[in-house]
Ligand binder design. Structure first.
Ligand code: ZN
Length: 144
């Protein structure tokens, strides 16, 4: 069985994790944080680029602004959706009012936009507010 690269959400170290691990806790080799901890990670441009390019797990990036109504309406659902996935899908969010580099690179115009990446490649994107069910189903399909 091979390993899969996962960027630590705490210290950005790239961890080679055993594929299909059944462990509930996956410790980062560097900082010992649990990289299976299912939470939404707020990133800046640099962290976002590293997660996009180095994560071999599906990585979702929610491009949002605090002044965007639908973005804020989806806020809690995005957090709740993340809880079901841990290291199967990394949930990131980036505030485009503060960080525009990645949004510009991927041609994000409308908000919210969520782009799914795997190993540096865009594999899917959705624009507009998604429900918890839609978010969960979408993330589920990315695990296949
Ligand atoms: Zn770490």
């Amino acid at each position: 069985m091979g390993t899969i690269n996962i960027v630590c959400p705490e210290c950005s170290t790239i961890n080679a994790v055993e594929e299909n691990t059944q462990s509930n806790v996956v410790e980062c080799v560097q900082c010992k944080a649990d990289i299976n901890d299912p939470f939404v990670l707020e990133v800046n441009d640099n962290h976002c680029i590293k997660h996009i390019n180095e994560n071999e797990i599906a990585t979702l990036v929610d491009f949002y602004s605090t002044t965007c109504g639908p973005c804020m309406a989806m806020y809690d659902d995005y957090e709740d959706a993340a809880l079901a996935f841990g290291i199967k899908v990394r949930f990131l969010k980036i505030n485009v009012d503060k960080h525009q580099l990645v949004a510009k690179e991927y041609g994000v115009t409308g908000l919210p936009t969520i782009i799914a990446f795997k190993a540096g490649k865009e594999i899917n994107r959705e624009s507009g507010q998604l429900s918890l069910v839609d978010l969960t189903m979408w993330a589920d399909r990315l695990c296949l």
